[in-house]
Write a protein that binds this ligand. Structure first.
Ligand code: MEV
Length: 312
């Protein structure tokens, strides 16, 4: 039996633009997904999760064809392929944060599952390979995905991620962030597709919006490295995400509530359409958290963790 955990993430800057090859800046949060995995003597795979009403049980031959837990099944499939060995498995998943909320649950469960399968089948996987395989899981399940979420789930910390580059720049700082969640579940796949269609219809405007997000992300990296305020850049990034059509009424309410309560910057984080916002409020954390809760939403103060995926 093996227990593996991987952190969730917040995208600080660059979501959606990163799907078009631009950089992103993201950080691991101190909330994790836990994958408990045990090999079985038969050819049954059984998956259960705190976040799903029903356990899924099927034979090894049906791994690719059954419905449900697409990220976990794809992670198992790619891990078996790499190891060159299969086994029946009992998998139990629990998470410190809700799924489909923009906090990287699919990446963290994919990365933790790939590592756990390698552990129980006594095979080694370097972390660089693990991050790439996790990215492949997201890409194949969603049809489009950047390496951001899976890199963070693997390595932890704050990373400046440039698609296509093997090494990600690690930035060793702490950022006091408040995460506020709308409670609206959404699909990254649908939101990425919506931006693709918008770009097809208005290529010049969408491309220049994406380029502006890139400039903000590069500038934010420099400011964070120097310990400078990133509030204005977060606000501008949120405005550009609104222009891409991925914000909504509830996200905007939370963003403005956070700013009114003294946050220096606030923006949606992740794919948008629901999910969560992040607010940068180094001296007004409690007020900002209270203001989000007054909107009927949950909020928590999150520290960035340097701990990526690990065997517990
Ligand atoms: C999802 O957390 C962030 C997006 O940029 C998609 C991706 O990076 O794969 C919307």
């Amino acid at each position: 039996m093996v227990l593996v955990s991987a952190p969730g993430k917040v995208i600080l800057f660059g979501e959606h633009a990163v799907v078009y090859g631009k950089p992103s800046l993201a950080g691991a949060i101190d909330k994790r997904t836990h994958v408990n995995l045990e090999a079985r003597d038969d050819d049954i795979i059984s998956i259960e999760s705190d976040a799903a009403p029903q356990r899924l049980s099927f034979s090894l031959d049906d791994l690719v064809s059954v419905e449900g837990f697409p990220y976990v099944r794809k992670a198992i499939e790619l891990a078996f392929e790499r190891i060159g060995k299969k086994s029946g498995l009992d998998i139990k998943i629990s998470s410190d944060f809700p799924p489909a909320s923009g906090l990287g649950s699919s990446a963290s469960v994919s990365i933790a599952t790939i590592l756990a399968v390698h552990e129980v089948l006594e095979s080694e996987i370097p972390y660089g390979t693990l991050a790439k395989l996790g990215h492949k899981v997201e890409f194949e399940v969603q049809g489009a995905a950047s390496p951001t979420d899976t890199a963070i789930a693997t390595f932890g910390g704050i990373l400046f991620i440039e698609p296509g580059k093997d090494e990600h720049k690690r930035i060793d700082v702490q950022l006091p962030l408040i995460v506020g969640c709308t409670g609206i579940e959404r699909s990254t796949k649908v939101l990425v597709e919506n931006v693709r269609v918008l770009r097809e219809n208005s290529p010049e405007i969408v491309d220049s919006t994406i380029e502006s997000i890139e400039k903000i992300t590069r500038m934010a990296k420099e400011k964070i490295e120097k310990g400078e305020d990133i509030g204005d850049l977060m606000n501008m990034n949120h405005g550009l995400l609104m222009a891409l059509g991925v914000s909504n009424f509830k996200l905007d309410i939370l963003v403005y509530a956070a700013r009114d309560a003294g946050a220096r910057g606030a923006k949606l984080t992740g794919a948008g359409g629901g999910g969560c916002i992040i607010a940068y409020a180094p001296d007004k954390g409690a007020q900002v958290k209270g203001a989000i809760e007054n909107c009927g939403c949950s909020a928590f103060e999150s520290a960035i963790t340097s701990v990526g995926v690990r065997v517990e």
